[in-house]
Design a protein around this ligand. Structure first.
Ligand code: PLP
Length: 403
């Protein structure tokens, strides 16, 4: 009865696409040998660097985030090299599984599913290392648990013991949602994708390659023709940038999406996401005052501002999600299986994505629908969640001097 209207996708990627991004794709295929397409593609490399706050070379792949994971590994490492994976959820484990399948030796330091990386533990592991660890990999936001890693602290940890490993960061969920300063933090390879904070239809992904990663690339035995950075960055012919036909319409969409981000300004984009995330946290805490709902990440400093993972105790989160989808037009994110990392059933977890093209009205709508869902499904909850969220957003606005 209440579902007829514009649906809202509040899953942690793909995110809501702005209408202007969709409209940018409504056009015939361009010439790929001359003219506008080449200018647009070239402008994207520079603007991807601005969005990712880096001077590192940008590479665009026709592929999802998994493709960019593989590219980062194969361009820097050789069979038998050791990779240390710092896991706070499903996504770093997924990247580590891929590394193992490529013939790399993988060691996982597991910090569970609710806690941030313990850098003391990382330091003591790196101090014992005989130089065999060639790369340290992790995610800035682990999208399954919504745990956020402090990348600057991680860099300090490597520096404290002068460990030469490459630092490779997956910011697929967090780029455009969370401050990310790879040059300042000494990140060697950044892995990103287009369908989350960058508001573009899924299908293209990125590597950003710093100087130390280029050095490793010279001897990387896993390099393969399609994924190789070299022709894509330094090849004299345009065709080499994509190892074939460029993803024309994705590039039109991305051009428009980056314009939106850069017009708003990255600092403002990050502040907006921080405010929206804080509203989700305040609402969830209010619901949790009575009944089973609880934030997965207790420490506010370790919470992602792109996605929030919510525990539902013994209550079926699937039932709540389905009710909201069928009756209010709101789609929430499923809980992901984490196995030994976590010990919680996927059906007792759900996620709210708050990444990308999202304003206060959309977010308050999502929280409102969830509140209706809790009542309709008879799930016990504290009252006043929307009031708390509204207070947080009003405070954030007055704090920033806007009216
Ligand atoms: C979404 C996501 C991925 C996977 O991206 P795909 O495009 O689905 O391959 C990897 N890492 C993180 C942190 C993500 O959020």
């Amino acid at each position: 009865m209440l579902s007829h209207g514009r649906d809202q996708l509040s899953i942690p990627g793909p995110s809501v696409m702005p209408d202007v991004v969709l409209q940018a794709m409504q056009r015939p295929s361009p010439n790929i040998y001359d003219g506008e397409m080449i200018d647009i593609a070239n402008s994207l490399y520079a603007d991807l660097q601005r969005v990712a706050c880096t001077q590192a070379d940008a590479v665009i792949y026709i592929g999802n985030g998994h493709a960019a994971w593989e590219a980062a590994l194969t361009n820097t490492l050789s069979r038998g090299d050791k990779v240390l994976a710092l896991a706070c959820g499903r996504f770093t484990v997924g990247w580590a599984d891929m590394a193992r399948a490529l013939g790399l030796e993988v060691e996982i330091l597991d910090f569970g599913g609710s806690q941030p990386i313990d850098t003391h533990q990382v330091l003591s592991r790196l101090e014992q290392d005989d130089g065999s660890i060639k790369a340290v990999i992790t995610t800035q936001t682990d999208t399954s648990t919504s745990v956020r890693a402090d990348i600057s602290q991680l860099r300090q940890t490597l520096d404290t013991c002068s460990h030469p490993a490459l630092l490779m960061i997956d910011c697929i969920a967090s780029l455009g949602c969370e401050p990310y300063l790879p040059d300042q933090w000494g990140v060697d390879v950044t892995v990103a994708a287009c369908q989350k904070g960058l508001m573009t239809p899924a299908g293209i992904s990125f590597n950003f390659v710093g100087p130390k990663a280029w050095q490793a690339h010279q001897t990387a035995g896993l390099r393969s023709p399609y994924w190789d950075w070299e022709p894509r960055v330094h090849g004299p012919v345009f065709h080499q940038k994509f190892c074939g036909t460029p993803p024309t319409h994705h590039l039109f969409a991305l051009r428009t999406a980056l314009d939106l981000l850069l017009e708003e300004g990255m600092e403002n984009v990050w502040r907006r996401h921080k405010a929206l995330a804080s509203a989700v946290w305040a609402a969830t805490e209010a619901w949790g005052n009575k009944g089973p709902l609880a934030l997965n990440v207790k420490d506010p400093n370790a919470r992602s501002t792109a996605v929030t993972t919510i525990l539902s105790g013994d209550v079926s989160a699937g039932k709540l999600r389905r009710w909201c989808e069928e009756n209010t037009g709101l789609t929430l994110g499923v809980g992901l299986p984490l196995g030994s990392l976590w010990g919680k059933k996927p059906d007792n977890v759900f996620r709210i994505g708050h990444m990308g093209h999202l304003n206060a009205t959309m977010l308050m709508g999502a929280l409102g629908s969830l509140d209706i869902g809790l009542k309709a499904c008879g799930i016990q909850h504290g009252e006043g969640a929307l009031q708390q969220a509204s207070k947080v957003l009003a405070n954030e606005l007055s704090g920033s001097g806007e009216s």
